[in-house]
Write a protein that binds this ligand. Structure first.
Ligand code: FE2
Length: 132
């Protein structure tokens, strides 16, 4: 898996979900699971939606000032993913689209986590009351 420790935000729930997204993107291109591509794709789409909504709930509950801008990035990505999935459904060259979706998810996540999720995590962790 392409996950690395440097991608950790320090917020366990978010990190777990990120890891699961990386895992599912891997399953997508795993030849031994090729018969599950369609269901993995659906799972991935649903899981992305759940993950974004959980993250956005974190943003709101901590009054994150960049919540709206962050949400916009989520919406853009969701739109791009939806388009790719539609392309996949129509295409006759499905395996090449699957590879594209895999790299799209991984690359976007890496960049998004490093810049935007970590920025939020810094804000969020600072706001937590100190442990007794
Ligand atoms: Fe995010």
């Amino acid at each position: 898996m392409l996950w690395s420790k440097s991608l950790e935000t320090g917020i366990p729930k978010i990190d777990e979900q990120h890891k699961e997204l990386f895992r599912q993107a891997d399953v997508l291109v795993d030849q031994s699971k090729a018969d599950r591509v369609e269901s993995t794709l659906n799972f991935l789409k649903d899981y992305v939606a759940k993950h974004f909504s959980d993250e956005e709930a974190f943003h709101r509950s901590s009054n994150y000032p960049k919540a709206d801008a962050h949400k916009k990035l989520h919406i853009e990505f969701t739109g791009g993913l939806k388009k790719k999935v539609e392309e996949f459904q129509k295409s006759t060259n499905k395996s090449s689209i699957i590879l594209t979706i895999n790299s799209m998810v991984i690359n976007w996540l890496k960049e998004h986590i490093m810049r935007h999720d970590k920025e939020f995590a810094t804000y969020y962790i600072q706001k937590q009351p100190p442990r007794p």
